[in-house]
Design a protein around this ligand. Structure first.
Ligand SMILES: N[C@@H](CCC(=O)N[C@@H](CS)C(=O)NCC(=O)O)C(=O)O
Length: 269
């Protein structure tokens, strides 16, 4: 299989911090299904994805298509999938007993992020069947909870220096704000960090349900942990070191322990 992830600053394996591709990497490693990663520069996502003739999985606020990664292509079945949750459900259906087993064990995933976000590209909930709907809802809420604090990752975002100016200009164009004005510092940053910590408290309560941890259902990881873990990679890759260190310690160290425990599924080829 070929897994398409976003190439950021070299060495790309070290800077990889795109949350949705990370969810896919965790799922592929969990399933132990052989794959190779193709690294796509930010500016090439539309052309690479366009060549596959699959619909965009997101839309900008004006309704135009937003081409994203991950994409997974499986030559065994000829399938090409372009949405992280769709990829995970495909892997579970196609390779039910591979690797560490069921990616979607039935479980309660009652974390709700109740704030409406005015994002330049709204988050849409993927359509899935049966008990996986709880995972789709969780995915949407976790995406929203982290996206609400994404501004914290602007200043140290690991762009490839060779294309950084072009990438920043494109993001600024989409959002309608100059890149330099997107970053947040001082008192405002402190406030947003406190909001982030408080928001993650809701997720921490879900983790506290199982006192032994480190995963939501104890010693067995599921796709729900990969959803959170994908975003922890975003935090690790874009927050200043001391803030990432602090985050790992928030709520009795739940997120630091989770990030470490997910290491067994984090290998990059
Ligand atoms: N619903 C999609 C969302 C994918 C998504 O938003 N991907 C981001 C990276 S995490 C992306 O490709 N961004 C490229 C860009 O902003 O140009 C999924 O779950 O796969």
């Amino acid at each position: 299989m070929t897994f398409y992830d976003i190439a950021l600053a070299p060495p790309i394996q070290k800077s990889a911090c795109s949350p949705n591709p990370w969810k896919t990497r965790y799922a592929l490693n969990f399933k132990n299904t052989p794959y190779k990663t193709t690294w796509v520069p930010l500016a090439d996502i539309s052309s690479v994805r366009g060549a596959f003739n699959i619909p965009a999985s997101r839309k900008f606020a004006d309704g135009s298509p937003y081409h994203t990664l991950p994409v997974l292509s499986d030559p065994a079945t000829g399938r090409i999938l372009g949405d992280s949750l769709e990829i995970a459900t495909y892997l579970q259906k196609q390779y039910p007993s591979s690797g560490a087993g069921d990616l979607f064990p039935p479980q309660e995933l009652g974390f709700v992020f109740g704030r409406d976000l005015e994002l330049h590209a709204p988050i849409a909930e993927a359509a899935v069947e049966g008990h996986i709907a709880a995972y789709a809802k969780f995915n949407t809420n976790v995406d929203a909870a982290f996206s609400a604090h994404a501004q914290l990752g602007v200043q140290e975002f690991p762009f490839d220096p060779a294309t950084a100016e072009e990438n920043k200009a494109e993001f600024s164009r989409r959002i309608g704000v100059p890149w330099e004005m997107l970053g947040i510092s001082g008192e405002e940053r402190g406030k947003l960090l406190r909001s982030f910590e408080e928001t993650l408290g809701g997720l921490a309560s879900l983790y506290n349900r199982n006192a032994s941890g480190p995963f939501l259902i104890g010693d067995r990881a599921s796709y729900a942990d990969f959803i959170v873990g994908g975003w922890l990679h975003w935090a690790r890759g874009t927050l200043p070191g001391e803030e990432w260190k602090a985050l790992k310690g928030w709520h009795n160290g739940i997120f630091g322990r989770l990030h470490e425990a997910l290491e067994v599924f984090a290998q990059i080829d």
